[in-house]
Design a protein around this ligand. Structure first.
Ligand code: COA
Length: 168
């Protein structure tokens, strides 16, 4: 398994992932393909977003792929925090392909993302999840998350916030 950057090579795999996802809101949102007239247009928009544009802070996105070149999971690494990310989004957002869940891939992609954070010089990493997202909370705890105070969103949603010491 390895992390690899979005590229036109992954078009079919990315589309298959999205179609498995159904109508629920795509997580991380940087992998949402809705509204683009082509995969190339999506990649162009992603590249602008990753460079930090408008409301977006600089970020790097990766697929976790297996030895059969199948996309198992996706991760968005935000290089800095703004108020929204500090409260609710965190440095790292991830998801696992619906048919590949409960096999340890979230735990793996978060571990891989932490290594990328280290390369970026992010030594204190904030990772968050909704209070009812038990799978994500366990994923964060498996990677050394230490819980901070939660954040209550305007809609009443409670976000759990964890810091991971990434300095060693
Ligand atoms: C949450 C999510 C990332 C978990 O992915 P996953 O690959 O199934 O997670 P893992 O296999 O690494 O499991 C980690 C732990 O969580 C547990 N777990 C996973 N999904 C669970 C669920 N729905 N309910 C309860 N526990 C769950 C696993 O059993 C494992 O615990 P264990 O080590 O004690 O057995 C995945 O369900 C997902 O993509 N959800 C939608 C997007 C999302 O919520 N992203 C996170 C945003 S914060």
């Amino acid at each position: 398994m390895r992390l690899t950057r979005p590229d036109v090579k992954w078009k079919e795999e990315h589309e298959a992932y999205v179609s498995e996802w159904g109508s629920s809101r795509m997580i991380p949102s940087s992998f949402n393909l809705n509204g683009y007239e082509s995969y190339e247009a999506y990649l162009d928009a992603l590249s602008i977003r990753e460079n930090g544009n408008g409301k977006w802070l600089p970020s790097t996105n990766y697929f976790l792929v297996d030895e059969h070149e199948r996309v198992l999971a996706m991760v968005d690494i935000r290089h800095e925090l703004n108020d929204h990310l500090y409260n609710a989004g965190g440095h790292i957002g991830y998801s696992v392909r619906p048919c590949e869940r409960r096999k340890g891939y979230a735990t793996r992609i978060l571990a891989e993302a932490l290594m990328k954070c280290k390369e970026l010089g992010i030594h204190k990493v904030l990772v968050t999840c909704d209070a009812d997202n038990i799978g994500s909370a366990k994923t964060i705890l498996h990677n050394g998350g230490v819980e901070d105070r939660p954040f209550m969103a305007d809609n009443g949603n409670v976000v759990r916030r964890f810091w991971i010491d990434n300095s060693f």
